[in-house]
Design a protein around this ligand. Structure first.
Ligand SMILES: Nc1ncnc2c1ncn2[C@@H]1O[C@H](COP(=O)(O)OP(=O)(O)OP(=O)(O)O)[C@@H](O)[C@H]1O
Ligand SMILES: [Mg+2]
Length: 467
Protein backbone atom coordinates (compact mmCIF):
# COMPACT_ATOMS: atom_id res chain seq x y z
CA UNK A 1 0.00 0.00 0.00
CA UNK A 2 1.00 3.65 -0.17
CA UNK A 3 2.61 4.44 3.19
CA UNK A 4 0.61 6.49 5.67
CA UNK A 5 1.41 7.55 9.23
CA UNK A 6 -1.12 6.51 11.84
CA UNK A 7 -1.96 10.22 12.24
CA UNK A 8 -2.74 10.44 8.51
CA UNK A 9 -4.71 7.20 8.58
CA UNK A 10 -6.73 8.33 11.63
CA UNK A 11 -7.48 11.67 9.96
CA UNK A 12 -8.55 9.91 6.75
CA UNK A 13 -11.04 7.68 8.54
CA UNK A 14 -12.21 10.24 11.09
CA UNK A 15 -10.91 8.10 13.98
CA UNK A 16 -8.89 8.66 17.15
CA UNK A 17 -5.62 7.04 18.13
CA UNK A 18 -5.62 4.84 21.21
CA UNK A 19 -2.20 4.05 22.65
CA UNK A 20 -0.63 4.44 19.20
CA UNK A 21 2.33 6.54 18.01
CA UNK A 22 0.97 9.10 15.52
CA UNK A 23 4.25 9.03 13.59
CA UNK A 24 4.36 5.23 13.22
CA UNK A 25 4.04 4.38 9.55
CA UNK A 26 1.84 1.72 7.96
CA UNK A 27 3.96 0.37 5.12
CA UNK A 28 2.57 -3.10 4.64
CA UNK A 29 -0.68 -4.72 3.72
CA UNK A 30 -4.07 -4.15 5.33
CA UNK A 31 -5.67 -7.44 6.38
CA UNK A 32 -8.82 -8.68 8.10
CA UNK A 33 -7.37 -12.11 8.92
CA UNK A 34 -4.83 -11.98 11.75
CA UNK A 35 -2.99 -14.98 10.26
CA UNK A 36 -2.09 -12.87 7.24
CA UNK A 37 -0.55 -9.99 9.19
CA UNK A 38 2.88 -8.91 8.05
CA UNK A 39 5.29 -6.52 9.74
CA UNK A 40 4.30 -2.92 9.01
CA UNK A 41 0.72 -3.88 8.22
CA UNK A 42 -2.62 -2.75 9.58
CA UNK A 43 -5.11 -5.22 11.05
CA UNK A 44 -8.78 -4.46 10.54
CA UNK A 45 -11.03 -5.84 13.29
CA UNK A 46 -14.24 -6.79 11.55
CA UNK A 47 -17.12 -8.20 13.56
CA UNK A 48 -18.28 -11.22 11.57
CA UNK A 49 -21.06 -13.72 12.16
CA UNK A 50 -18.72 -16.33 13.64
CA UNK A 51 -15.71 -14.38 14.88
CA UNK A 52 -15.02 -10.93 16.23
CA UNK A 53 -11.76 -9.57 14.85
CA UNK A 54 -11.24 -7.57 18.06
CA UNK A 55 -10.41 -10.85 19.84
CA UNK A 56 -7.38 -11.23 17.55
CA UNK A 57 -6.03 -7.68 17.94
CA UNK A 58 -3.21 -8.56 20.33
CA UNK A 59 -2.16 -11.49 18.16
CA UNK A 60 -2.07 -9.25 15.09
CA UNK A 61 0.13 -6.66 16.79
CA UNK A 62 2.33 -9.48 18.09
CA UNK A 63 2.79 -10.58 14.48
CA UNK A 64 3.98 -7.10 13.49
CA UNK A 65 0.87 -5.03 12.76
CA UNK A 66 1.53 -1.34 13.43
CA UNK A 67 -1.99 -0.88 14.77
CA UNK A 68 -5.54 -2.18 14.67
CA UNK A 69 -8.52 -0.45 13.06
CA UNK A 70 -11.17 -1.15 15.68
CA UNK A 71 -14.50 -0.02 17.07
CA UNK A 72 -13.46 -0.41 20.73
CA UNK A 73 -10.20 -0.30 22.72
CA UNK A 74 -8.28 -3.55 22.33
CA UNK A 75 -5.34 -3.06 24.72
CA UNK A 76 -2.86 -2.59 21.84
CA UNK A 77 -2.25 0.41 19.54
CA UNK A 78 -5.45 1.18 17.64
CA UNK A 79 -7.32 3.64 15.46
CA UNK A 80 -10.79 3.81 16.98
CA UNK A 81 -13.83 4.45 14.79
CA UNK A 82 -17.59 3.95 15.08
CA UNK A 83 -17.93 1.82 11.97
CA UNK A 84 -14.92 -0.27 10.92
CA UNK A 85 -16.26 -1.20 7.46
CA UNK A 86 -17.05 2.44 6.58
CA UNK A 87 -13.59 3.44 7.89
CA UNK A 88 -11.97 0.80 5.70
CA UNK A 89 -13.66 2.44 2.71
CA UNK A 90 -12.40 5.89 3.73
CA UNK A 91 -8.88 4.57 4.20
CA UNK A 92 -8.98 3.05 0.71
CA UNK A 93 -10.20 6.35 -0.69
CA UNK A 94 -7.27 8.17 0.97
CA UNK A 95 -4.80 5.72 -0.59
CA UNK A 96 -6.39 5.94 -4.04
CA UNK A 97 -6.33 9.75 -3.87
CA UNK A 98 -2.61 9.66 -3.17
CA UNK A 99 -2.06 7.29 -6.12
CA UNK A 100 -2.08 10.03 -8.72
CA UNK A 101 -0.39 7.85 -11.35
CA UNK A 102 -2.99 5.08 -11.10
CA UNK A 103 -5.88 4.82 -13.58
CA UNK A 104 -8.94 3.46 -11.78
CA UNK A 105 -10.98 1.22 -14.10
CA UNK A 106 -14.36 0.17 -12.73
CA UNK A 107 -16.87 -2.10 -14.43
CA UNK A 108 -20.37 -3.34 -13.90
CA UNK A 109 -23.00 -5.29 -15.80
CA UNK A 110 -25.43 -8.12 -15.21
CA UNK A 111 -23.18 -10.83 -16.68
CA UNK A 112 -19.48 -11.06 -17.32
CA UNK A 113 -18.03 -8.68 -14.73
CA UNK A 114 -15.49 -11.10 -13.29
CA UNK A 115 -14.55 -12.51 -16.71
CA UNK A 116 -14.05 -9.01 -18.13
CA UNK A 117 -12.20 -7.78 -15.05
CA UNK A 118 -9.77 -10.66 -15.55
CA UNK A 119 -9.42 -9.84 -19.27
CA UNK A 120 -8.79 -6.14 -18.64
CA UNK A 121 -6.24 -6.93 -15.96
CA UNK A 122 -4.35 -9.37 -18.19
CA UNK A 123 -4.27 -6.83 -21.02
CA UNK A 124 -3.26 -3.84 -18.89
CA UNK A 125 -0.54 -5.81 -17.13
CA UNK A 126 1.45 -5.45 -20.35
CA UNK A 127 1.37 -1.71 -19.93
CA UNK A 128 2.33 -1.61 -16.28
CA UNK A 129 1.67 -2.87 -12.79
CA UNK A 130 -1.99 -3.68 -12.32
CA UNK A 131 -3.88 -4.34 -9.11
CA UNK A 132 -7.14 -6.31 -9.32
CA UNK A 133 -9.07 -8.61 -7.03
CA UNK A 134 -8.89 -12.37 -7.31
CA UNK A 135 -12.18 -13.99 -8.34
CA UNK A 136 -15.28 -12.17 -7.19
CA UNK A 137 -13.96 -10.14 -4.25
CA UNK A 138 -16.22 -7.14 -4.76
CA UNK A 139 -18.18 -6.52 -1.60
CA UNK A 140 -17.89 -3.65 0.88
CA UNK A 141 -14.85 -5.29 2.49
CA UNK A 142 -13.17 -6.98 -0.48
CA UNK A 143 -13.44 -3.86 -2.63
CA UNK A 144 -11.51 -1.49 -0.32
CA UNK A 145 -9.06 -4.27 0.55
CA UNK A 146 -8.16 -4.53 -3.12
CA UNK A 147 -7.79 -0.76 -3.48
CA UNK A 148 -5.48 -0.73 -0.45
CA UNK A 149 -3.02 -2.93 -2.36
CA UNK A 150 -2.17 0.00 -4.64
CA UNK A 151 1.52 0.95 -4.51
CA UNK A 152 3.21 4.13 -5.75
CA UNK A 153 4.23 2.24 -8.94
CA UNK A 154 0.72 0.88 -9.66
CA UNK A 155 -0.51 2.11 -13.02
CA UNK A 156 -3.96 0.50 -13.04
CA UNK A 157 -6.51 -0.53 -10.47
CA UNK A 158 -9.25 -2.72 -12.02
CA UNK A 159 -12.43 -3.28 -10.03
CA UNK A 160 -15.70 -5.14 -10.49
CA UNK A 161 -18.78 -3.49 -8.99
CA UNK A 162 -21.95 -5.46 -8.39
CA UNK A 163 -25.30 -3.92 -7.49
CA UNK A 164 -27.83 -5.73 -5.34
CA UNK A 165 -29.51 -2.48 -4.37
CA UNK A 166 -29.75 1.07 -5.61
CA UNK A 167 -26.84 3.04 -4.15
CA UNK A 168 -24.43 0.06 -3.93
CA UNK A 169 -22.37 1.23 -6.89
CA UNK A 170 -22.46 4.84 -5.73
CA UNK A 171 -20.97 3.64 -2.43
CA UNK A 172 -18.18 1.71 -4.18
CA UNK A 173 -17.34 4.54 -6.59
CA UNK A 174 -17.14 6.83 -3.54
CA UNK A 175 -14.29 4.62 -2.28
CA UNK A 176 -12.51 4.36 -5.65
CA UNK A 177 -13.61 7.18 -7.98
CA UNK A 178 -13.09 5.75 -11.47
CA UNK A 179 -11.34 7.44 -14.36
CA UNK A 180 -12.78 4.83 -16.74
CA UNK A 181 -16.19 3.26 -16.06
CA UNK A 182 -17.60 0.37 -18.10
CA UNK A 183 -21.13 -1.01 -18.34
CA UNK A 184 -21.24 -4.40 -20.05
CA UNK A 185 -24.95 -5.17 -20.23
CA UNK A 186 -28.23 -4.89 -18.39
CA UNK A 187 -29.89 -8.25 -18.07
CA UNK A 188 -32.21 -9.91 -15.69
CA UNK A 189 -29.85 -10.88 -12.85
CA UNK A 190 -31.41 -9.74 -9.53
CA UNK A 191 -34.59 -8.77 -11.36
CA UNK A 192 -36.51 -9.78 -8.25
CA UNK A 193 -34.81 -7.05 -6.21
CA UNK A 194 -35.13 -4.28 -8.80
CA UNK A 195 -38.52 -5.05 -10.30
CA UNK A 196 -37.62 -4.24 -13.91
CA UNK A 197 -34.70 -4.02 -16.30
CA UNK A 198 -35.07 -0.23 -16.14
CA UNK A 199 -34.61 -0.46 -12.37
CA UNK A 200 -31.42 -2.49 -12.91
CA UNK A 201 -30.18 0.08 -15.44
CA UNK A 202 -30.88 2.86 -12.97
CA UNK A 203 -28.62 1.18 -10.40
CA UNK A 204 -25.85 0.17 -12.84
CA UNK A 205 -25.70 3.65 -14.37
CA UNK A 206 -24.45 5.04 -11.06
CA UNK A 207 -21.01 3.93 -12.26
CA UNK A 208 -20.91 6.49 -15.11
CA UNK A 209 -22.44 9.18 -12.92
CA UNK A 210 -19.28 8.91 -10.81
CA UNK A 211 -17.06 10.09 -13.69
CA UNK A 212 -15.69 13.62 -13.87
CA UNK A 213 -15.42 15.59 -17.11
CA UNK A 214 -12.02 14.03 -17.79
CA UNK A 215 -13.38 10.51 -17.29
CA UNK A 216 -14.34 7.99 -19.95
CA UNK A 217 -17.58 5.97 -20.04
CA UNK A 218 -17.17 2.71 -21.97
CA UNK A 219 -20.67 1.60 -22.96
CA UNK A 220 -22.11 -1.39 -24.82
CA UNK A 221 -23.53 0.03 -28.05
CA UNK A 222 -25.62 -3.11 -28.64
CA UNK A 223 -27.59 -2.86 -25.39
CA UNK A 224 -30.19 -0.04 -25.55
CA UNK A 225 -30.40 0.38 -21.78
CA UNK A 226 -26.60 0.69 -21.55
CA UNK A 227 -26.30 3.03 -24.51
CA UNK A 228 -28.94 5.29 -22.93
CA UNK A 229 -26.56 5.87 -20.03
CA UNK A 230 -24.59 8.31 -22.16
CA UNK A 231 -26.91 11.07 -20.93
CA UNK A 232 -26.02 10.29 -17.32
CA UNK A 233 -22.32 11.04 -17.44
CA UNK A 234 -20.02 14.04 -17.57
CA UNK A 235 -17.35 11.82 -19.09
CA UNK A 236 -16.55 11.18 -22.74
CA UNK A 237 -18.41 8.19 -24.19
CA UNK A 238 -16.69 5.31 -26.01
CA UNK A 239 -19.04 2.70 -27.49
CA UNK A 240 -18.14 -0.95 -28.06
CA UNK A 241 -20.08 -3.73 -29.73
CA UNK A 242 -21.24 -4.96 -33.09
CA UNK A 243 -23.26 -1.82 -33.89
CA UNK A 244 -21.96 0.09 -36.90
CA UNK A 245 -21.40 3.27 -34.91
CA UNK A 246 -19.42 1.58 -32.13
CA UNK A 247 -15.92 3.02 -31.73
CA UNK A 248 -14.47 -0.37 -30.85
CA UNK A 249 -15.97 -3.19 -32.93
CA UNK A 250 -15.56 -6.81 -33.89
CA UNK A 251 -15.81 -7.95 -37.51
CA UNK A 252 -15.74 -11.49 -38.95
CA UNK A 253 -16.67 -13.17 -35.67
CA UNK A 254 -16.19 -16.95 -35.95
CA UNK A 255 -16.18 -19.79 -33.45
CA UNK A 256 -13.67 -22.59 -33.87
CA UNK A 257 -14.84 -26.17 -33.39
CA UNK A 258 -14.09 -26.00 -29.68
CA UNK A 259 -16.27 -22.91 -29.26
CA UNK A 260 -13.52 -20.30 -29.02
CA UNK A 261 -14.17 -17.01 -30.82
CA UNK A 262 -11.91 -15.24 -33.31
CA UNK A 263 -12.53 -11.82 -34.76
CA UNK A 264 -10.96 -8.71 -36.20
CA UNK A 265 -10.68 -5.98 -33.61
CA UNK A 266 -11.47 -2.61 -35.16
CA UNK A 267 -10.62 0.58 -33.27
CA UNK A 268 -10.10 4.24 -34.18
CA UNK A 269 -6.35 3.50 -33.85
CA UNK A 270 -6.35 0.54 -36.28
CA UNK A 271 -7.30 -3.12 -36.55
CA UNK A 272 -5.79 -6.45 -35.52
CA UNK A 273 -6.82 -10.12 -35.37
CA UNK A 274 -7.86 -11.66 -32.04
CA UNK A 275 -8.13 -15.40 -31.25
CA UNK A 276 -9.58 -15.80 -27.77
CA UNK A 277 -8.68 -18.72 -25.53
CA UNK A 278 -12.03 -18.33 -23.74
CA UNK A 279 -15.11 -20.33 -24.70
CA UNK A 280 -18.36 -18.85 -25.98
CA UNK A 281 -19.34 -16.03 -28.29
CA UNK A 282 -20.41 -13.85 -25.34
CA UNK A 283 -16.73 -13.26 -24.62
CA UNK A 284 -16.44 -11.20 -27.81
CA UNK A 285 -18.40 -8.44 -26.11
CA UNK A 286 -16.27 -8.75 -22.96
CA UNK A 287 -13.09 -8.63 -25.04
CA UNK A 288 -14.28 -5.51 -26.88
CA UNK A 289 -14.90 -3.77 -23.56
CA UNK A 290 -11.37 -4.69 -22.48
CA UNK A 291 -9.96 -3.50 -25.82
CA UNK A 292 -11.78 -0.18 -25.50
CA UNK A 293 -10.11 0.41 -22.13
CA UNK A 294 -6.65 -0.52 -23.42
CA UNK A 295 -6.92 1.63 -26.52
CA UNK A 296 -8.25 4.51 -24.43
CA UNK A 297 -5.16 4.23 -22.23
CA UNK A 298 -2.97 4.46 -25.31
CA UNK A 299 -2.03 0.81 -25.75
CA UNK A 300 -1.24 -0.05 -29.39
CA UNK A 301 -3.92 -2.14 -31.10
CA UNK A 302 -1.47 -4.95 -31.96
CA UNK A 303 -0.43 -5.29 -28.33
CA UNK A 304 -4.02 -5.19 -27.19
CA UNK A 305 -5.06 -7.91 -29.64
CA UNK A 306 -2.07 -10.06 -28.71
CA UNK A 307 -2.78 -9.70 -24.98
CA UNK A 308 -6.43 -10.60 -25.49
CA UNK A 309 -5.40 -13.66 -27.48
CA UNK A 310 -3.10 -14.81 -24.69
CA UNK A 311 -5.53 -14.16 -21.84
CA UNK A 312 -6.80 -17.18 -19.96
CA UNK A 313 -9.71 -17.76 -17.58
CA UNK A 314 -8.39 -16.67 -14.18
CA UNK A 315 -11.49 -17.24 -12.06
CA UNK A 316 -12.86 -20.73 -11.46
CA UNK A 317 -16.07 -22.41 -12.54
CA UNK A 318 -16.76 -19.98 -15.38
CA UNK A 319 -16.86 -22.03 -18.56
CA UNK A 320 -14.02 -24.16 -17.26
CA UNK A 321 -13.46 -26.74 -19.99
CA UNK A 322 -11.76 -30.07 -19.22
CA UNK A 323 -11.40 -33.06 -21.56
CA UNK A 324 -11.57 -36.45 -19.86
CA UNK A 325 -9.30 -39.26 -21.03
CA UNK A 326 -12.32 -40.98 -22.62
CA UNK A 327 -13.05 -37.93 -24.75
CA UNK A 328 -15.97 -36.60 -22.68
CA UNK A 329 -15.66 -32.81 -22.36
CA UNK A 330 -16.93 -31.26 -19.14
CA UNK A 331 -17.81 -27.56 -19.16
CA UNK A 332 -18.08 -26.36 -15.58
CA UNK A 333 -20.02 -23.09 -15.58
CA UNK A 334 -21.54 -23.73 -12.17
CA UNK A 335 -20.31 -20.47 -10.68
CA UNK A 336 -23.60 -18.71 -11.29
CA UNK A 337 -26.48 -18.34 -13.70
CA UNK A 338 -29.04 -15.88 -14.93
CA UNK A 339 -31.09 -16.04 -18.14
CA UNK A 340 -28.48 -14.18 -20.23
CA UNK A 341 -25.55 -16.29 -19.11
CA UNK A 342 -27.65 -19.47 -19.49
CA UNK A 343 -28.37 -18.55 -23.12
CA UNK A 344 -24.71 -17.71 -23.74
CA UNK A 345 -23.56 -20.99 -22.19
CA UNK A 346 -26.08 -23.09 -24.16
CA UNK A 347 -24.93 -21.47 -27.39
CA UNK A 348 -21.32 -22.14 -26.45
CA UNK A 349 -22.18 -25.77 -25.68
CA UNK A 350 -23.67 -26.43 -29.10
CA UNK A 351 -20.83 -24.64 -30.86
CA UNK A 352 -18.36 -26.90 -29.04
CA UNK A 353 -20.14 -29.93 -30.45
CA UNK A 354 -19.22 -29.00 -34.02
CA UNK A 355 -21.43 -29.59 -37.06
CA UNK A 356 -22.26 -32.27 -39.58
CA UNK A 357 -22.08 -36.03 -39.14
CA UNK A 358 -19.18 -35.72 -36.68
CA UNK A 359 -21.29 -33.60 -34.37
CA UNK A 360 -20.81 -34.59 -30.73
CA UNK A 361 -23.73 -35.27 -28.40
CA UNK A 362 -24.46 -32.44 -25.95
CA UNK A 363 -25.83 -32.63 -22.40
CA UNK A 364 -27.02 -29.47 -20.64
CA UNK A 365 -27.22 -30.12 -16.89
CA UNK A 366 -29.04 -27.03 -15.71
CA UNK A 367 -30.28 -26.03 -12.27
CA UNK A 368 -32.30 -23.19 -10.93
CA UNK A 369 -31.62 -19.52 -11.65
CA UNK A 370 -32.35 -17.70 -8.38
CA UNK A 371 -33.52 -14.17 -7.61
CA UNK A 372 -35.60 -13.66 -10.74
CA UNK A 373 -38.77 -12.47 -8.98
CA UNK A 374 -42.13 -12.80 -10.70
CA UNK A 375 -40.68 -13.73 -14.10
CA UNK A 376 -38.87 -16.74 -12.72
CA UNK A 377 -41.08 -19.51 -14.10
CA UNK A 378 -41.30 -17.90 -17.56
CA UNK A 379 -37.52 -17.50 -17.68
CA UNK A 380 -37.00 -21.16 -16.80
CA UNK A 381 -39.55 -22.20 -19.40
CA UNK A 382 -37.70 -20.11 -22.00
CA UNK A 383 -34.36 -21.77 -21.22
CA UNK A 384 -35.92 -25.22 -21.64
CA UNK A 385 -37.33 -24.16 -24.99
CA UNK A 386 -34.01 -22.70 -26.12
CA UNK A 387 -32.23 -25.98 -25.31
CA UNK A 388 -34.55 -27.78 -27.72
CA UNK A 389 -34.32 -25.08 -30.37
CA UNK A 390 -30.52 -25.21 -30.26
CA UNK A 391 -30.80 -28.98 -30.64
CA UNK A 392 -29.07 -29.88 -27.40
CA UNK A 393 -29.07 -33.69 -27.27
CA UNK A 394 -30.35 -33.87 -23.70
CA UNK A 395 -31.45 -31.30 -21.14
CA UNK A 396 -31.04 -32.59 -17.59
CA UNK A 397 -33.02 -30.17 -15.41
CA UNK A 398 -31.97 -30.43 -11.76
CA UNK A 399 -34.09 -29.34 -8.80
CA UNK A 400 -37.65 -28.48 -7.84
CA UNK A 401 -40.38 -26.29 -9.30
CA UNK A 402 -38.13 -24.07 -11.45
CA UNK A 403 -36.31 -27.06 -12.91
CA UNK A 404 -39.66 -28.71 -13.62
CA UNK A 405 -40.70 -25.59 -15.51
CA UNK A 406 -37.52 -25.68 -17.57
CA UNK A 407 -38.11 -29.32 -18.46
CA UNK A 408 -41.75 -28.64 -19.29
CA UNK A 409 -40.64 -25.79 -21.56
CA UNK A 410 -38.42 -28.25 -23.40
CA UNK A 411 -41.27 -30.70 -23.81
CA UNK A 412 -43.67 -28.04 -24.99
CA UNK A 413 -41.08 -27.00 -27.55
CA UNK A 414 -41.26 -30.55 -28.89
CA UNK A 415 -38.59 -32.58 -27.12
CA UNK A 416 -40.86 -35.69 -27.09
CA UNK A 417 -39.48 -36.66 -23.71
CA UNK A 418 -36.17 -37.96 -25.08
CA UNK A 419 -34.38 -34.68 -25.21
CA UNK A 420 -35.20 -33.68 -21.65
CA UNK A 421 -35.39 -35.19 -18.18
CA UNK A 422 -36.05 -33.84 -14.69
CA UNK A 423 -34.01 -35.05 -11.71
CA UNK A 424 -34.36 -33.94 -8.10
CA UNK A 425 -30.77 -33.16 -7.11
CA UNK A 426 -27.07 -33.22 -8.00
CA UNK A 427 -26.64 -36.86 -6.94
CA UNK A 428 -29.46 -38.00 -9.18
CA UNK A 429 -27.93 -36.01 -12.04
CA UNK A 430 -24.56 -37.68 -11.49
CA UNK A 431 -26.14 -41.12 -11.50
CA UNK A 432 -28.06 -40.41 -14.70
CA UNK A 433 -25.01 -39.02 -16.48
CA UNK A 434 -22.85 -41.98 -15.45
CA UNK A 435 -25.31 -44.32 -17.12
CA UNK A 436 -25.71 -42.29 -20.30
CA UNK A 437 -22.43 -40.55 -21.15
CA UNK A 438 -20.42 -41.92 -24.04
CA UNK A 439 -16.95 -41.03 -25.28
CA UNK A 440 -17.03 -37.77 -27.19
CA UNK A 441 -20.02 -36.23 -25.38
CA UNK A 442 -19.91 -32.60 -24.21
CA UNK A 443 -21.54 -31.81 -20.84
CA UNK A 444 -22.39 -28.30 -19.64
CA UNK A 445 -23.10 -27.85 -15.91
CA UNK A 446 -24.70 -24.58 -14.88
CA UNK A 447 -27.01 -23.08 -12.23
CA UNK A 448 -27.10 -20.34 -9.64
CA UNK A 449 -24.29 -20.65 -7.11
CA UNK A 450 -26.53 -21.84 -4.30
CA UNK A 451 -27.70 -24.85 -6.34
CA UNK A 452 -24.24 -26.36 -5.83
CA UNK A 453 -24.03 -28.02 -9.23
CA UNK A 454 -20.23 -27.78 -9.31
CA UNK A 455 -20.55 -31.09 -7.44
CA UNK A 456 -21.80 -32.65 -10.69
CA UNK A 457 -18.86 -31.34 -12.69
CA UNK A 458 -16.40 -32.45 -10.03
CA UNK A 459 -17.88 -35.96 -9.90
CA UNK A 460 -17.70 -36.30 -13.68
CA UNK A 461 -14.08 -35.19 -13.68
CA UNK A 462 -13.22 -37.54 -10.81
CA UNK A 463 -14.76 -40.38 -12.88
CA UNK A 464 -12.53 -39.29 -15.75
CA UNK A 465 -9.41 -39.28 -13.56
CA UNK A 466 -10.22 -42.78 -12.28
CA UNK A 467 -10.34 -44.24 -15.78
N1 LIG B 1 -21.18 -10.85 -21.84
C1 LIG B 1 -21.82 -11.91 -21.30
N2 LIG B 1 -23.12 -12.15 -21.60
C2 LIG B 1 -23.76 -13.22 -21.09
N3 LIG B 1 -23.18 -14.10 -20.26
C3 LIG B 1 -21.90 -13.91 -19.92
C4 LIG B 1 -21.15 -12.80 -20.42
N4 LIG B 1 -19.89 -12.88 -19.91
C5 LIG B 1 -19.86 -13.96 -19.11
N5 LIG B 1 -21.04 -14.59 -19.11
C6 LIG B 1 -21.41 -15.80 -18.34
O1 LIG B 1 -21.93 -15.30 -17.10
C7 LIG B 1 -21.56 -16.15 -16.00
C8 LIG B 1 -20.90 -15.35 -14.93
O2 LIG B 1 -19.71 -14.79 -15.44
P1 LIG B 1 -18.91 -13.78 -14.53
O3 LIG B 1 -18.59 -14.46 -13.25
O4 LIG B 1 -17.80 -13.25 -15.35
O5 LIG B 1 -20.04 -12.68 -14.32
P2 LIG B 1 -20.29 -11.68 -13.13
O6 LIG B 1 -21.04 -10.54 -13.72
O7 LIG B 1 -19.01 -11.38 -12.45
O8 LIG B 1 -21.23 -12.51 -12.15
P3 LIG B 1 -21.59 -12.15 -10.60
O9 LIG B 1 -22.74 -11.18 -10.67
O10 LIG B 1 -21.96 -13.46 -10.03
O11 LIG B 1 -20.37 -11.55 -9.97
C9 LIG B 1 -20.68 -17.20 -16.60
O12 LIG B 1 -21.51 -18.29 -16.74
C10 LIG B 1 -20.24 -16.68 -17.94
O13 LIG B 1 -20.03 -17.71 -18.84
MG1 LIG C 1 -18.47 -11.51 -10.50
Amino acid sequence: MIALTLAEAAAAVGGTLDGADPQAVVTGTVVVDSRQVQPGGLFVAVVGEQVDGHDYAAKAVGAGAVAVLASRPVGVPAILVDDVVAALGRLARAVVERATGTAVVALTGSSGKTSTKDLIAQVLQRRGETVYPPGNLNNEIGHPMTALRVEPATRHLVLEMGARHKGDIEYLTGITPPSIAIVLNVGTAHLGEFGSKEGIAEAKGEIVEALGADGVAVLNADDPLVRAMETRTKGRVVLFGESRDAHVRAADVRLDDTGRPSFTLITPAGSAPVNLRLYGEHHVSNALAAAAVAVELGMPVDDTAEALSEAGALSRWRMEVVDRADGVTVVNDAYNANPDSMRAALRALVSMAGRGPERRRTFAVLGEMRELGGDSLDEHDAIGRLAVRLDVTKLVAVGGREAACMELGARNEGSWGEESVLVSDADAAIELLRSQLQPGDVVLVKASRSAGLEKVAEALLADGAAQ
